[in-house]
Design a protein around this ligand. Structure first.
Ligand SMILES: C[S@@+](CC[C@H](N)C(=O)[O-])C[C@H]1O[C@@H](n2cnc3c(N)ncnc32)[C@H](O)[C@@H]1O
Length: 255
């Protein structure tokens, strides 16, 4: 949607319902794809909610690419329990079907979690609120990944969720997130760009945090100096997310 239209909708207090209608419209696009990974396809509206498009082929390929990006950075065969935070309708979780340990997912969307619960029987799926907590005990996971989730949260929510994910990670456990990094700078307006270059988190449409309209842009300095508090900063791969192009992949380890 054009920014001018978005601003008008914002002034009218209609931004959240208008974005939901936009997602419904995008979901009308027809598709003829049969998954071969053993799990069914979610309804189109849920695919739009996580991928921004109802293109089933991209949903499956992008989900696999997200899984491959995780596997390229974390030795999955050494892990016992994995959490997909902001799992949506399991676009990436579905590829943990043969993971021998515990698989869990959590998301804001009741509809997406209900679909995962019914269709991805190898996992435990829970809903959470916009702000913490999660339904899981302390020290439950060796890996928490959050693909394109921190990209849709305000500054306060970023840090609250970082602390909550740290709580459910075991000591030495890894947190893998994807972010809008330098490759997204051309999208920013002049003042936003200056803040990004000064190392500040930039957030747009914070009033609809948790929706895909709310967009956060993460400079590396913010990630290293602020976000990584309580963690060792292992790496940042520019555009390394693969399944959420062209987001950066950031890997932290609980200290
Ligand atoms: C762009 S989608 C990505 C979904 C999934 N990670 C993937 O890559 O397919 C963002 C997801 O984050 C979820 N989300 C946003 N804010 C959240 C929050 N505070 N807690 C849990 N999930 C959240 C949304 O409901 C949505 O499913």
């Amino acid at each position: 949607m054009k920014r001018r239209v978005l601003r008008l909708l914002q002034r009218l207090g209609l931004i959240a319902p208008a974005f939901r209608s936009y997602e419904r419209l995008v979901a009308l696009r027809p598709q003829r794809v049969t998954p071969t990974d053993g799990s069914p396809l979610p309804p189109r509206r849920l695919m739009v909610h996580v991928a921004g498009t109802a293109d089933a082929d991209w949903f499956l390929r992008g989900g696999r690419a997200g899984y491959d990006a995780i596997a390229a950075h974390v030795p999955l065969d050494e892990l016992s329990d994995v959490l997909d935070f902001g799992c949506g309708c399991g676009r990436v979780t579905r590829y943990f079907r043969d993971f021998p340990g515990g698989v869990a997912g959590s998301d804001l969307s009741r509809e997406a979690i209900a679909w995962c619960g019914e269709n991805l029987p190898f996992g435990r799926f829970e809903t959470n609120g916009l702000a913490p907590p999660l339904a899981f005990d302390d020290d439950s996971f060796d890996l928490v990944y959050a693909l394109s989730v921190f990209t849709h949260l305000t500054a306060d929510l970023q840090l609250a969720w970082r602390d909550e994910l740290r709580r459910v990670l075991r000591p030495g456990g890894r947190l893998l997130i994807t972010t809008h990094g330098r490759s997204y700078v051309p999208r920013l307006e002049h003042a936003e760009r200056e803040r990004f270059e000064a190392g500040e988190l930039v957030v747009r449409w914070g009033e609809v945090a948790g929706s895909n309209l709310c967009s956060a842009y993460h400079p590396e300095r913010y990630l290293r100096d602020t976000f990584a508090d309580g963690f060792a900063f292992l790496e940042l791969e520019p555009e390394g997310a693969r399944g959420n192009p062209t987001q950066d992949l950031v890997l932290l380890q609980k200290t």
